[in-house]
Design a protein around this ligand. Structure first.
Ligand code: GLA
Length: 427
């Protein structure tokens, strides 16, 4: 197969097939921090006070997000995942935070987060119990939505454990309505399709009308095989899921695990590049109190974040496999294009990829301007359809580029030059 070019899904996806949930939120992919992948369900604060699920953890995250440039880079939501509540509801049937780990309660925590100019996310479950066995919201949607609104929570991640799959849609839609009824703007993050896929193809029109983002596939782990499996799943279902993404509603391939233990730096760059191409929520799950400077720089890279947050709001997709390279492309505003070229050969060293093999390279006719963002920032200058440019990517690494067509400007320039010439020859 050497040299073979397999072109996939060359026809550009058109805009979202359905209206987004009309709550004015998630107009761009959500950015923030979510505790699950890094901190999981560590509830023993006596043994591990720095890392247990407690109000202290979120307050420290908020502090560091402000101090270390995360907020400025766009990371806004500090999100609680599973294991925060008490095992029992209160006398009025309301959820309550574990009193030992959250002595101030969630409202006070929300006030603290808001005082830092950040937003607070919380977690609940559409079924009888959360995935870790805490009280679920089934039978309590309105009560729980109102409780979260009273606490001035800004985002709800609504999981799908312990629920009859035939009732998932109804449950997710009813919670969406309950949130709306509170009158508070609460971003609604769902896992509806993830729990439905084993039984039937989810209805993405309904999902987009109900949720601000939605998980489709398995939980991310701190490993390259996990990140790769998410990319593979996404590419092999792109015809179904890509059209549903757009301003107000996004496919969620799960958290960024950059800055943890399992990914090499090249693999971290691949995750960041591809999450930007996929218009994915950028919810990191790491420990920004103690993170390697290179990972921090990558997560705060303004040029990658600009791709993620591009106002056109279109999700990118895999367009080719060439040798063991994968090409992913995302249409950007002003007719620009983001291209990710991922080297999937996990042996040997850096390999070169001839850029004109990218299917979307046709926007370089007659000319385009190319900027490389990863692995290093580099202006690659003006290129043509026949460009001999070769870009290099390390094993399991990715080169990320943006391409700006200059055809119209160029034509205008030629026209102007022509006009001037004519004026002088007519003299
Ligand atoms: C599920 C979700 C994860 C996380 C855990 C918590 O597995 O998919 O993202 O919320 O539950 O128990």
């Amino acid at each position: 197969m050497r040299g073979a070019v397999v072109l996939l899904g060359l026809v550009g996806f058109i805009g979202p097939a359905a209206e987004a949930l009309d709550n004015g939120l998630a107009l761009r992919p959500t950015m923030g921090w979510l505790h699950w992948e890094r901190f999981m369900c560590q509830i023993d604060c006596d043994r591990d006070p720095d890392n247990c699920i407690s109000e202290r953890l979120y307050m420290q995250m908020a502090d560091v997000m402000v101090k270390e440039g995360w907020k400025e880079a766009g990371y806004e939501y500090v999100c609680i995942d599973d294991c925060w509540p008490s095992r029992q509801r209160d006398a009025q049937g309301r959820l309550q935070a574990d009193p030992k780990r959250f002595p101030g309660g969630i409202k006070k925590l929300a006030d603290y987060i808001h005082s830092k100019g950040l937003k607070l996310g919380i977690y609940a479950d559409v079924g009888k119990k959360t995935c870790a066995g805490y009280p679920g919201s089934l039978g309590y949607y309105e009560t729980d939505a109102q409780t979260f609104a009273d606490w001035t929570v800004d985002l709800l991640k609504f999981d799908g454990c312990y629920m009859d799959w035939t009732l998932l849609g109804e449950g997710y839609m009813n919670m969406s309505k309950a949130l709306n009824k509170t009158g508070r703007s609460i971003l609604y993050s769902c896992e509806w399709p993830l729990y439905e896929w084993p039984f039937k193809q989810p209805n993405y029109t309904a999902i987009r009308e109900t949720c601000n983002h939605w998980r489709n596939f398995n939980d991310v782990y701190d490993s390259w095989s996990s990140v790769k499996s998410i990319l593979d799943w996404t590419a092999s279902h792109q015809d179904v899921i890509v059209p549903s993404a757009g301003s107000g509603g996004w496919n969620d391939p799960d958290m960024l695990v950059i800055g943890n233990f399992g990914l090499s730096h090249d693999q971290q760059e691949s995750q960041m590049a591809l999450w930007a191409i996929m218009a994915a929520p950028l919810l990191m799950s790491n420990d920004p109190r103690d993170i390697c400077p290179r990972s921090k720089e990558l997560l705060q890279n303004r040029r990658i974040i600009d791709i993620s947050q591009d106002p056109l709001g279109k999700q990118g997709y895999r367009t080719a496999k060439v040798d063991s390279f994968e090409v992913w492309e995302r249409p950007l505003s002003q007719n620009r294009l983001a291209i990710a070229v991922m080297n999937q050969q996990e042996i040997g060293g850096a390999r070169g990829f001839v850029i004109r093999a990218v299917p979307g390279w046709k926007i370089c006719d007659p000319l385009c301007n190319v900027t490389q963002i990863l692995p290093q920032y580099k202006e690659l200058g003006v290129q043509t359809p026949k460009s001999k440019l070769v870009i290099s990517a390390n094993p399991s690494g990715t080169a990320l580029l943006t391409v700006t067509p200059i055809s119209s400007n160029f034509r205008r320039m030629l026209y102007r030059q022509d006009a001037i010439k004519q004026k002088y020859t007519n003299l």
